[in-house]
Design a protein around this ligand. Structure first.
Ligand code: 13P
Length: 249
């Protein structure tokens, strides 16, 4: 299944809303997420008002309809102002409740101009790794050259903070510095992309890498590629996978 990206191909807002739901269902169908976990967004401006479309909180994806998707302004004050960690206090003009992780989505669009889509999921292997002290300190190291797919020499793990909190968004943004994906301690992953398709395929790749890494660890201590080799791989990605070229920083 192809998910339209936010490159003009989504066209109308109704199509973008439908594409978001398709992406979430694809995450579940591909084993990268399950149940109501996770959330998804695309950058979506309304005229001169910069904003995003994000999935609603705690609604099963098979029951989600385009009307349930929430539009939020990127100008939502600071860390949510009086809303603090209370998602119910942030609703759109039609009274819909956005994902509890709306801050992560908003903050990524505010700080990462190249991001057009953001996915958060709870993939079994990546999340298992993010629950181990070693996974939390080292994330997914360069045991395989494809780690470069996230834009750097490793895939970091964001420090734990309560779901929906400003602290979790800060930790996630920090782990994403110079990267397009990260693990989240005791929680899951975030992947961003220049389109929904790119973010979806990156989320799948991260879960697959975590699975391989955990498998290798069961058999012994995985050998790691050195930094010089990873830099070569990152340089090659510029031609091999232009959409997955190294991130700056
Ligand atoms: P939402 O349903 O509020 O998006 O929460 C799901 C989740 O994974 C929170 O981290």
């Amino acid at each position: 299944m192809s998910i339209a990206g936010h490159d003009g191909s989504l066209g109308r807002e109704i199509d973008a809303r439908a594409a978001l739901i398709d992406a979430c269902r694809a995450l579940n169908a591909r084993g990268v997420n399950q149940g109501k976990a996770g959330n998804a967004s695309v950058r979506w401006d309304r005229g001169s008002r910069a904003g995003l479309l994000v999935t609603p909180s705690a609604l099963p994806y098979d029951r989600m309809r385009p009307d349930d998707i929430v539009w939020l302004s990127l100008e939502l004050a600071g860390s949510g102002g009086a809303a603090g960690g209370d998602v119910a206090a942030v609703v759109d003009s039609a009274g819909r409740r956005p994902s509890s992780e709306w801050r992560i989505h908003r903050d990524i669009y505010q700080h990462r101009p190249e991001a057009a889509a953001v996915l958060h999921a709870h993939p079994p292997h990546a999340t298992a790794l993010a629950c181990l002290p070693e996974g939390q300190s080292s994330g997914i190291p360069a045991f395989h050259y494809m780690v470069a797919v996230a834009g750097g020499v490793d895939i970091r793990c964001a420090a734990y903070a309560t779901f929906g909190s400003p602290a979790l968004s800060e930790a996630t943004l920090a782990a994403l510095a110079g990267r397009r994906a990260c693990l989240m301690a005791h929680h899951g992953i975030v992947a961003l992309g220049a389109s929904l398709d790119a973010a979806l395929s990156l989320a799948e790749e991260v879960e697959s890498l975590a699975r391989m890494y955990l498998l290798a660890r069961q058999l012994g201590t995985p050998a790691l590629l050195d930094e010089a080799e990873m830099k070569r791989v990152l340089a090659l990605f510029a031609d091999y996978r232009p959409d997955q070229a190294p991130e700056a920083g």
